[in-house]
Write a new protein. Structure first.
Length: 77
């Protein structure tokens, strides 16, 4: 997922996320991220979650990410 996020291309990132959902691997891809990796994911989600072309997938990914990391938000820096 990191490589896809580094491209900055929403179509590539969303296609990868959809494939991860199909394979049942989304939780693995989102979990155990370093601070920098989590920040990169959150920046992308904030940037594109409102785009109607990607909203369905990204809203779900945002929900999952928040559920997974609620306990650690705000503990760093």
């Amino acid at each position: 997922m990191n490589k896809a996020l580094q491209t900055g291309n929403p179509e590539v990132i969303v296609a990868l996320c959809e494939e991860l959902v199909e394979r049942g691997a989304l939780f693995v891809a989102i979990g155990s991220r370093s601070e920098e990796e989590l920040e990169q994911l959150l920046k992308f989600l904030i940037w594109k979650v409102g785009d109607h072309r990607y909203a369905t997938v990204l809203i779900e990914i945002t929900r999952i990410t928040i559920d997974m990391y609620t306990g650690v938000f705000g503990l760093s820096r």
